[in-house]
Each structure stands twice: as C-alpha cells, then as structure tokens.
Design a protein around this ligand. Structure first.
Ligand code: ZN
Length: 336
C-alpha cells in the first residue's frame, strides 16, 4: 500500500518539506533528472547541496539561474531564512562539521551510529539540525513542498536518515558504468559554474578508478534504497528513452501521485526545461528551453576495448542487477 501521495495540507512554514535525495555515481544524468523533477508542481530542485558550504558559497560559484551565488536572490533568501545570512565564518564552520561527520569514510558510523562515540553522535545531531534548517529555508523561499537534492553521495543521505521528523525519500539513479567511465575520461569539459577561482574544467578519472567508485556507490545506494520506505530506482537510459512511463513509476515509488508527471512538457523527444537555482553538477544545467532527450551512448564506439572490458569486469554485479547485461539490443550498435 503506497503512502499518502502528497504532504498534508497546512501553512507551508509549519512543516518540514519532503526531501527527494538523488543517489548515484557522478555523470549518471542526475542534473537532468533533478531538473525534470523540479518542473513538477510543488517541487523545487536545488542541485548538489553537498557542495553548498564546502565550495559553492566560498567560491561564489554560478547558480543555475546564471547569477553568481552572492547575486542570486533565491539563495540569498534561503540564507536569510535559514541562517540569518551566509556569514563566511559560519559557512566554514558547517563545512568543517560536514567533513567530520558526513563523508564517505564515515559510512559505517552513519549506518550504525550506536557504535560511534558520544562526541560523534553530538556532531551528527548538529549536522542534522543544519540540514533541516537548510531544507526548510529552501522550501519556504521557493514556496515548495518537496526539495530535490541531487547530492548523489550516499554518506550525506545516511546522515539524514537519523534526522527526526525529516521526510527523506531516496531516488537511486543508475547509468551503465561504461557510459559513466567514458564521461569521466573526457577532457576539456568546461565548468560554467566558475566565477572567481576554482578549476575551469571538469575533473578526469581513469576507467578503472571510475568503475571501482561506481561499484562502491552502487552497493551503498542499493542498501539505502532497500532500507528506505519511500524509495525508487531509475535507470538514466529509461528516463531519457521513456520519460513519461519512467517518471510515473518513479513518482509512485517515492510516494507521490504518478499523475504529477502529466504536468511535464515533453513533445517529440524534446522537453522544455526552464532555468533553476540548482547549484553544482553538470554544465548542462545552464542549457535551458527545449532540450532533446537522447541517450548519450558515445562510449559504445569510443570507449577502448580494454576500458570496456575492465569496467565490465569491475562492475559486473550491478551491471547484471540493473539489466545492462546481457547487452540490450540496439538497432544502431556497430557489429564490430
Ligand atoms: Zn539562482
């Protein structure tokens, strides 16, 4: 029996919003998924909140709306409502707290806080409080009931599971590891987010390292999805090829009405995506208007034989589990 489709009625500020946390490996299409969800009535997408205190504020990175963080009226409103503004010292303090509490190295303690010491549990409680204030401020500033956070890393989601009263819903996004590996190996992918300092191009990683990290994140994401009452798993390839059906199924799993997807403007493989106040993520964030939904499967012809074999071997378990193997038949796949 699915849970109630929408949050209960009542004045917006008196309750915490539902939080849809997108889990998965980097370069899996989370920016697209987050922006699509942000088009639904009552939803707001805010990008990768995991980088907010650590990078976005201090580097004054560009918001999805095109403004530097310090010049975006939405984020300034969030700061005022949640924290009385973005005081640099307080921001550094939260970033340090986040580093001590909600990093990947803390996964075991986050999964079983009872085994962690009292000092760690006290810091975790403080971190939870900051996150709740942040989500609530976002919902209030946007007039939304649902906040879509595409942070992707499992550790912050694990930390949020313990926040009392937080309505956390987990959306596990998966993409074929070979496509992920090819994407991470690409060079010279610009980062329009940068305004003052910071790297101007996206990071690069080898196929083997990407596949190892993908496999680890897959295992943690699968565990979290099973352990969360309102959760769904979506394949990037299904989202792009069959957006309406995939979203209806995803919304149902997350405890929302599948009919919400009827509000999306999808026509002939094109979807209209307005700009948003999402932060971090893929440079595609800055492309607005009619966006063509097409599977990026350049890896099929461009990923080297060696890297394809290596990534397949490392990611074999999840590849089978998510039905990427045996290879799905596609009419345009080269025979050799
Ligand atoms: Zn903005």
């Amino acid at each position: 029996m699915p849970p109630a489709a929408t949050p209960p009625p009542g004045p917006r500020a008196e309750r915490d919003p539902a939080v849809v946390y997108i889990l998965g490996a980097g370069r899996s299409g989370s920016t697209l998924l987050e922006r699509v969800l942000g088009c639904l009535p009552g939803f707001v997408n805010v990008g990768e909140l995991v980088g907010l205190f650590r990078r976005i504020v201090v580097q004054d990175q560009r918001c999805g709306c095109g403004e530097p963080f310090s010049g975006c009226p939405f984020w300034q409103e969030v700061g005022r409502r949640g924290f009385g503004g973005w005081d640099p010292e307080a921001v550094r303090d939260v970033a340090a707290l986040q580093d001590r509490v909600a990093r990947q190295r803390n996964v075991v303690r986050l999964a079983v806080p009872a085994v962690a010491g009292a000092a760690y549990r006290a810091e975790l409680a403080r971190y939870e409080d900051v996150q709740r204030r942040l989500y609530r401020a976002i919902a209030e500033a946007a007039g939304a009931d649902v906040v879509v956070d595409s942070s992707k890393w499992p550790a912050p989601a694990l930390a949020l599971r313990h926040a009392a009263g937080l309505d956390l819903r987990v959306l596990h996004l998966v993409r074929d590891v070979r496509g992920v590996a090819y994407s991470w190996a690409k060079s010279d992918v610009a980062r329009p987010h940068v305004t003052t300092d910071g790297a101007a191009v996206m990071s690069r990683f080898s196929a083997g390292l990407t596949a190892a990290r993908w496999t680890l994140v897959e295992a943690e994401a699968a565990w979290l999805t099973r352990a969360t009452e309102r959760a769904a798993t979506v394949r990037y390839e299904d989202l792009v090829e069959h957006p309406r059906e995939t979203l209806a199924r995803t919304l149902a799993g997350l405890g929302f009405s599948p009919a919400l997807g009827d509000h999306l403007r999808i026509e002939g493989g094109l979807m209209t995506l307005p700009s948003s106040h999402g932060i971090g993520g893929n440079p595609s964030r800055f492309t607005t208007g009619d966006v063509r939904l097409r599977v990026d499967d350049a890896w099929r012809t461009r990923l080297s034989r060696r890297d394809a074999a290596l990534t397949t071997a490392i990611g074999l378990g999840p590849l089978l589990g998510h039905r990427y193997l045996p290879q799905r038949p596609t009419s345009d796949r080269p025979r050799s």
